[in-house]
Design a protein around this ligand. Structure first.
Ligand code: SF4
Length: 352
């Protein structure tokens, strides 16, 4: 056929997905004639029957078995978790379940549909490992040595482009420099007692028992002999002051201390919790707190009140009752499940 010059925007995108959408809409359009609706259904059937050389459908979306919204919702016969056993959660899972989006937690952690580790996680892992080596004394607190270690592992990380790798490496250097400055400065008389300290405690929260497993980046002892937990962050965004005051991960560390999570590194004694903090290695401190050479530090006071217990109970209740409804917010911007989320325009086809 001779190509024909068409000016202006086509009525719909000239793509298979748009064609299927239009045909589907026509089959149920009350304003369309019966003949047109039948013709649309026949075309859908033809598209659905097309296969490649190996028999795989070429247009699977044209087949009604992919029209999820036509199905009745189903309920699993097997409960997700055994009600008679403690609900196992991590500090970050708690945040997702109680504060951000339970559906995101379900799809990411339970269904394990999260995307594979990204370069951003690689960055975080490298910086965490080096910080731990310095804390444990296996690598000296010396910038040149740290940079050599960084050079030796950096090329193992996969980036989309060489310029991105170079840019991130500069950021990693800056993060390690900030870490070193922080590590050697006087932190209100606190001294490190453990790094990458694993723990496993079971906490009572209302009617539920919640088992929390995790690892504290660093445990320190303050001048009054209390335990203080430090969590290194390498992300680009930092929580607000109010969010840190109610930060579930820090709060869980503090609760875990109460339950004996750090007794072994305090010579068997049960220390009180002196608070916890986030150390944002990718971000410089405000000028009045030392400026860009130091990391931004965000502290949480020792726990008071019942709010953490309420948070644990809310999260455990959601898991046991399997209430994974989407709740939208800023966290949706980076959510990998938008196309399967009924609260988003691009995911609405799942239920409609
Ligand atoms: S897009 Fe938003 S509401 Fe939907 S699952 Fe993701 S975080 Fe939850």
């Amino acid at each position: 056929m001779e190509p024909r010059d068409v000016t202006g925007r086509p009525r719909r995108p000239l793509a298979v997905a748009a064609l299927v959408a239009e045909l589907r809409a026509t089959t149920v359009d009350p304003a369309a004639s019966q003949a047109l609706r039948d013709a649309a259904a026949q075309r859908l059937a033809r598209l659905a029957a097309l296969t490649d050389d190996e028999g795989h459908p070429l247009v699977p979306a044209a087949h009604p078995y992919r029209w999820w919204g036509l199905n009745e919702p189903t309920r699993s016969e097997v409960p997700l978790r055994d009600r008679d056993r403690p609900v196992v959660l991590s500090g970050s899972a708690l945040d997702q379940l109680a504060n951000t989006c339970a559906l995101q937690w379900f799809l990411g952690r339970e269904v394990k549909a999260d995307a594979p580790a990204t370069a951003a996680q690689g960055f975080g892992n490298v910086v965490h490992v080096l910080a731990d080596e310095v804390a444990s004394g296996s690598t000296p607190a010396d910038l040149d040595v740290l940079m050599e270690r960084l050079d030796s592992v950096w090329n193992g990380l996969v980036f989309d482009a060489p310029w991105k790798s170079a840019q991130e490496k500069d950021q990693a250097r800056a993060a390690l420099e900030r870490f070193l400055h922080w590590h050697v400065m006087d932190r209100a008389g606190r001294t490190p007692v453990a790094g990458e300290h694993g723990f496993d405690v079971t906490l009572e929260a209302g009617d539920y028992a919640v088992r929390i497993r995790g690892s504290m980046d660093r445990v320190e002892q303050d001048a009054e002999g209390r335990a203080y937990v430090v969590d290194f962050k390498t992300g680009k965004a930092a929580p607000t002051k109010d969010e840190v005051a109610a930060h579930p991960q820090l709060a869980v560390y503090q609760l875990a201390i109460r339950e004996g999570a750090v007794d072994e590194v305090f010579d068997g004694r049960r220390p009180a919790s002196g608070g916890a903090e986030l150390v944002q290695l990718r971000q410089g401190a405000p000028k009045k707190e030392g400026g860009d050479a130091l990391p931004k530090v965000q502290g949480q006071e020792p726990l008071a009140g019942e709010w953490v217990s309420d948070l644990l109970a809310t999260a455990a209740g959601r898991v046991l009752d399997e209430r994974f409804t989407p709740s939208t917010g800023q966290h949706c911007a980076h959510c990998a499940f938008r196309a399967s989320c009924s609260a988003q325009p691009e995911g609405r086809h799942v239920v409609e």
